[in-house]
Design a binder for this molecule. Structure first.
Ligand code: F6P
Length: 305
């Protein structure tokens, strides 16, 4: 997100605009935490994870009172265009602000979950995938030495995009995602069949959205006879220096968001589809479900043979 803020500020200033930042997301907007941002204010943040402006999951922005305050603050500060960086909750807020205030708003998709319709990839996703893959590479060392089965839980609140990509890149035997439920009996059957085919160790990557993976792991230990361990990667997936790919995406999206605002667009989210820049309306982006790539899911199964 730091890289995206930097891109918005520098591209807007390059085009003759003045930029301010809003601290602490919608909570900070409602509280009038508006700070000037010039190109130097966003120096030396490109390689740093998170957001120096800070962020919030704002309960107040979901209320009519909070929304009215947000609009009032934007108007009082003379803001003529708003770039909102985040996921579908952020875009729902931006759509409301756009409607109530008439101020043009554009969205920049940034969530590790990659669960935003209208773009093949969101800022942060690639960084998270790389973090999780290198953590699992380390887990594999001990899995191999001790001939254990590991259930590794990765983030992804409701969706399996992280699990699918991490699972493929980390060589998982089974990938568990909310979109394609596999019951316990089937998981145990596959584990036993791996054993019969000479695999003394397996990694199972599970999205947090599938439910209680710790319980699943221990019940699979009872019925397969394998020594099973559970490991939740947790919040290490949400920090760290962004990969080159995440930085490129932040630069491209930040620059395009400025372009959209300066050319009279509003209520749209920037995105990349099959390598091309596209804009999707907020209404469409928040109401449609991005499909999981079934071709990749089948590839993962073929690779686990
Ligand atoms: O949306 C990103 C995400 O990291 C999800 O993968 C996870 O379920 C959630 O945020 C965690 O939310 P919080 O930071 O509020 O605990």
């Amino acid at each position: 997100m730091n890289a995206a803020i930097r891109a918005v500020v520098r591209c807007a200033v390059s085009r003759g605009s003045t930029v301010v930042g809003i601290e602490r997301g919608y909570d900070g907007l409602i509280a009038d935490q508006v700070v000037p941002l010039d190109p130097r204010a966003v120096g030396n943040i490109l390689h740093v994870g998170g957001t120096f402006l800070k962020s919030s999951r704002s309960a107040e922005m979901r209320t009519p009172e909070g929304q009215a305050k947000a609009v009032e603050v934007l108007k009082r500060n003379g803001i003529e265009g708003l770039a909102v960086i985040g996921g579908d909750g952020s875009f729902r807020g931006a759509a409301v602000i756009g409607k109530l205030s008439g101020i043009p708003c554009v969205g920049i998709p940034a969530t590790i979950d990659n669960d935003v319709y209208g773009t093949d990839e969101t800022i942060g996703f690639d960084t998270t995938v790389n973090t999780a893959v290198s953590a699992i590479d380390k887990i594999r060392d001990t899995a191999l030495s001790h001939e254990r089965v590991f259930f590794v839980e990765v983030m992804g609140r409701n969706r399996g995009f992280i699990a699918l990509q991490v699972g493929i890149c980390a060589g998982a035997g089974i990938i568990l995602v909310p979109e394609i439920p596999l019951d316990r009996a089937e998981i145990c059957r596959r584990l036993k069949s791996f054993g019969e085919r000479g695999k003394a160790t397996s990694i199972i990557v599970a999205a947090e959205g599938i439910g209680n993976t710790m319980e699943l792991a221990s019940s699979c230990e009872e019925s397969t006879g394998f020594e099973v361990r559970y490991s939740k990667l947790g919040y290490i997936q949400r920090g760290g220096s962004p990969t080159a790919r995440s930085r490129m995406l932040a630069d491209i999206f930040g620059s395009e968001a400025v372009e959209l605002l300066l050319t009279g667009n509003r209520d749209k989210m920037v995105g990349l589809q099959e390598g091309r820049l596209v804009a999707t309306s907020f209404d469409e982006a928040v109401s449609r479900n991005k499909p999981l790539d079934m071709g990749l899911y089948r590839l993962a199964e073929d690779l686990a043979v």
